[in-house]
Design a protein around this ligand. Sequence first.
Ligand SMILES: [Zn+2]
Length: 479
Amino acid sequence: MNKSAIKDGLKKLGLKTGDVVLLHSSLPSLGQVDGGGEAVVDAFLEVIGKDGTLVAPVFGKLGILTAVIKNHPEAEVSDCPFGTVAAIGRQAKEFCQNHWQADTVHGENTPYLKIADAGGYICLLGVDQDRNTTMHSVEALLQLPYLQESGERTFSTSEGEQCKRWKHYPGPHRDFINLDSLLLEAEIMKMGRIGNAQVRLIDSRAMLDLCCAVGEEDPAFVLCDNPNCKDCLTQRAAISASELECESFSLVTSALLAGRYVPEMIENMQESGISQIELDYIQGQPIQNVSKEKLAQAVKELRDNGCEVVSLRSSCLDADISKLLEMAVENNIQNLVIPFNADVAKYSEQAAACKVNIAFYNTVQSSEYVKTILKKAKSAGRVACLAFSAVNFAMTGEKPFLTSYRNGLRSFIVQLDLEDMTHAGSPTGLAEGNAEVKELISILRCRNFSGRIVLGAKNRFTATLQESAAEFKYLLETM
Ligand SMILES: [Zn+2]
């Protein structure tokens, strides 16, 4: 290869006098080039002429071409310690200046957007989309929920030493490789070959507009699908968590669904974007049998890892709930959930004296009976709260939404146990059984239900926590 062959190749791709181009490159991909990196850079500079501007990212380990650009006598270098670029040409200074002052490394007021605004191109010379830094601009413009603040840097600028962090900084892994077909179909990228190198020339503004629209629809569009990529699992969880924040209810997992051991619960919660847990079992032991020490330790470990314990749930009705109430108070857990029984009024009074909220989940009772008892407790001046178990109503032969829910129960519901089953008692995926969960979620959502929706213990017969959370998310999206 030589300079003139490279120039011909660039012109054939459509690069012309006055163009702005952001170059990501690998010199060895071209094969042997007479004059080395200097000849390649000169080829670009001669094609775009003195009115054009050549830019290259100069962070991390410098490639041969980026080093040539950075060391060029006319090069300007942006003053941001992250995402730094070097530029040569008419708009070099304009692109580079004040980079550090932008709120983000790649978003508004950074060289990447200035290049797009100047009608510039992104050129990938012998490298693939993974190197396309401007995709981080898309992420930053969309303020995708998995982006985090950058680390703090102290650095020198023309205005003296500065110390700062940048918002919406990209995370550890993403998959830009599959963008090729999207960009080709939209005709905003041209592909060609120069020497041995595959070359892509992308209209920067058109790419930003298109990818922002795609990302608006699917915020996970640049995350990978590898089920073993922990980075992308965590980033997807951040997206789910931010979507849940827009809902009026809070989504909770039962401990039994989340895992047997506390570290397992934490890991599964983090991967599914659920931050609240109802403790029903720990290490196979029902919560009413767990020692106070063990419970305190579990609660601390969960909270230290960002998992909030919102309730204790007993699987059997003890005549004396004082141990459960003490455990709730000692660990600052606001809610206790126990099986429904005839003494709702009595237990409610006892819990109120401890300032713990109590809710009762129906087991074998009919909705008519449940309503009668709750109403009685209410007229006795108690706060009577129902944890609505749709599967248990289905097991009694009722239609949980059409019959049970509509049978005057709605004002008592503070929690929905989200599980599904057939009338015959076989567990199913959500909205595949007779529990009418889709209808229940939909109506609760219409009422801006501010209680808890608990991905229940029975879900573990059909799915993991991650799968249950995904099923739930799918239900919300299809309503
Ligand atoms: Zn990944």
